[in-house]
Design a protein around this ligand. Structure first.
Ligand code: SAJ
Length: 431
C-alpha cells in the first residue's frame, strides 16, 4: 500500500496542523473545508487559527506546492476527517445534551463521491462510540459499487478507522509528532493501513485496537480528568465548610505514594474536558452516574464562587454601614480558561465575571494580562485594567486564574482587601 495523496477534511485546530505535517514530509495534501475564508487564507500561505510554529510550517508547505486547500473533495488515497462534533441545543437545564454528527455525515457524503477501491477513511473528530461504524454506513449508502468493512470485513474495498487526536493547544506541532496514537481500525487491515499513514510523521507508538475502543479511549481520557477535577472541587467546598485549607490538605494527602489529587478551581473550561464526558453520558445515561455527577459538580463550581462573592459583599457592607453597593469596587483576576493563555472560550472565569457584572457594583474591574481588549460580551460596565490599578482601589479581589503574573503579587498589597482565591495562590485560598 502506498498513500501518496492525503486529504484532510476539516481545516481547524486539528485538521490544519495535521495537513501541514503531512505536507512537511512531502506528501501531496489536499485540505478540504466548507469555509471559503479558511480555504483562501491557507492557499495564500497563511493560517486562520492561532497555534505556535504552524504559520512557518504551513507557508513552506503551500509555497513548496505540497498543500492546497479546496471546498470540494478531490480524489486521494487516504482521507482524514477532523470536522466539529458539537452538541444539539438542550431543551431545558436538566436534559442531557445529544451529539450532532451532521458535520461527519456531510463530510462522509462529500468524500464518498471521490472514493476509489483501496482508499482509507480515518475519523479523527471526538465522537460518541459507534460514530465510525455510522460514518462507514453513510459512505456505503452513497457508494453501492464499493464494499465496506461492516459487510466485507478484511476483504473490503475501502478501509475505515478511528484514530483520535490527543494534542494540547499551544503544543500541537510537537505533540502531533511525539504523542503515541491509538489506531482503531474496523479490521486489522484498516489498522495497518492507518499506521502506514501516521508513520509519515508520528514518532510515538501507534497502538492498535478496534474502532469502538479507540472512540472510548479519547472520551475516557478527558472524562477521567473531569472526574478527578470534580473530586478536587468537591473537596474545596467541603473544606470551606469545615474551615480547613484545601490546598494544604491536598498537598498533605498527595504525600501518600498512591494518591494524586488534582487542583480545585472556579470550574472546568475549554473545549474538551467539560464537553467530552457528555458523549459517554448521552449514550449510557443510566450507567454513567459518576461521570454525570462529576460534570454537575464542576458546572456548579462557578455558582458557588459567585455566592462567595455575594457573601463577601454582605460582610463588607455590614462592616461599612455608611457604604452601599455603589461604593464597592470588585476586581476579577483572570478571564482565560486556564493559566498563561489568552483563550477565553468556555471559560468559567469569564462567565463568573459576566455574572458578577449583573450585581451592579460601583466598579467591576477585570485583570487579564494575556489580552489587550475585553470581548464584546464583557464590555458592558467592566473595565480591563492592569494588576497595579486593580490592587490600588479594590475592596474585594477575586482570583480566578493562576496566571504567572498573579503569583508574584506582593501579599502586603492585599492586606486590607477581602480575598476570594479560587486557585489557592494568595495566602492559601478562599477565606
Ligand atoms: N483544571 C482544573 N484543575 C486541574 C487541572 C485542570 O481545574 O488540576 C481545569 C483548567 O483550569 C481548565 C480545564 O480544567 O479550565 C481543562 O484544562 P486542561 O489543561 O485539563 O485540559 P485542555 O482542555 O487544555 O486539554 C485536554 C487534554 N486532555 C487531558 O489532559 C486528558 C489534552 O491532552 C487533549 O488533547 C485535549 O483536552 C483535547 O483536545 O481533548
Amino acid at each position: 500500500m502506498s498513500f501518496n495523496t492525503i486529504s484532510v477534511v476539516g481545516l481547524g485546530y486539528i485538521g490544519l496542523p495535521t495537513a501541514a505535517m503531512f505536507a512537511s514530509k512531502e506528501k501531496k495534501v489536499i485540505g478540504v473545508d466548507v469555509n471559503q475564508y479558511a480555504v483562501d487564507t491557507i492557499n495564500a500561505g497563511r493560517i486562520h487559527i492561532v497555534e505556535p510554529e504552524l504559520d512557518v510550517m504551513l507557508k513552506k508547505a503551500v509555497d513548496g506546492g505540497f498543500l492546497k486547500a479546496t471546498t470540494t473533495p478531490e480524489p486521494a488515497d487516504a482521507f482524514l476527517i477532523a470536522v466539529p462534533t458539537p452538541f444539539l441545543p438542550i431543551k431545558d437545564q436538566d436534559s442531557i445534551p445529544e451529539p450532532d454528527l451532521s458535520y461527519i455525515k456531510s463530510a462522509a457524503k462529500a468524500v464518498a463521491k471521490v472514493l476509489k477501491k483501496g482508499d482509507l477513511v480515518i475519523l479523527e473528530s471526538t465522537s460518541p462510540v459507534g460514530a465510525t461504524e455510522q460514518m462507514s454506513a453513510w459512505l456505503a449508502e452513497e457508494r453501492l459499487d464499493l464494499s465496506f468493512p461492516q459487510t466485507h470485513g478484511e476483504d473490503s474495498d475501502i478501509r475505515i478507522a478511528y484514530c483520535p487526536e490527543r494534542v494540547i493547544p499551544g503544543h500541537v506541532v510537537r505533540e502531533l509528532v511525539e504523542n503515541d496514537r491509538v489506531i482503531g481500525g474496523m479490521t486489522n487491515k484498516c489498522s495497518q493501513a492507518s499506521i502506514e499513514v501516521y508513520k509519515t510523521f508520528v514518532e510515538g507508538d501507534c497502538v492498535v485496537t478496534n474502532a469502538r475502543t479507540a472512540e472510548m479511549v479519547k472520551l475516557t481520557e478527558n472524562s477521567s480528568r473531569d472526574v478527578s477535577i470534580a473530586f478536587a472541587n468537591e473537596l474545596s467546598i467541603i473544606c470551606d465548610k469545615l474551615d480547613i485549607d484545601v490546598w494544604e490538605l491536598i498537598n498533605l494527602a498527595n504525600l501518600h505514594p498512591r494518591v494524586n489529587i488534582l487542583q480545585p478551581g472556579p470550574g472546568v473550561g475549554g473545549h474538551c474536558i467539560a464537553v467530552d464526558p457528555w458523549f459517554i453520558i448521552s449514550k449510557t445515561p443510566d450507567e454513567s452516574r459518576l461521570i454525570h455527577t462529576a460534570r454537575q459538580v464542576n458546572d456548579h463550581k462557578p455558582n458557588w464562587v459567585i455566592e462567595k462573592v455575594k457573601l463577601a459583599l454582605a460582610n463588607f457592607l455590614s462592616k461599612n454601614q455608611n457604604k452601599t453597593i455603589k461604593d464597592v469596587t470588585v476586581a476579577c483576576f483572570g478571564l482565560a480558561f486556564k493559566p498563561n493563555i489568552d483563550d477565553l472560550r468556555e471559560s468559567p472565569a469569564l462567565n463568573i465575571t459576566k455574572e458578577l457584572s449583573k450585581l451592579n457594583f460601583g466598579k467591576l474591574l477585570a485583570v487579564e494580562p494575556n489580552i489587550i481588549e475585553l470581548p464584546k460580551s464583557l464590555k458592558n460596565g467592566i473595565e480591563l485594567v492592569s494588576v497595579k490599578t486593580a490592587l490600588g482601589g479594590s475592596d474585594i479581589c477575586v482570583l480566578l486564574v493562576d496566571h504567572a503574573e498573579f503569583k508574584s503579587i506582593d501579599m502586603a498589597t492585599l492586606e486590607n482587601v477581602i480575598i476570594i482565591d479560587t486557585k489557592g495562590i494568595w495566602n492559601g485560598g478562599l477565606k
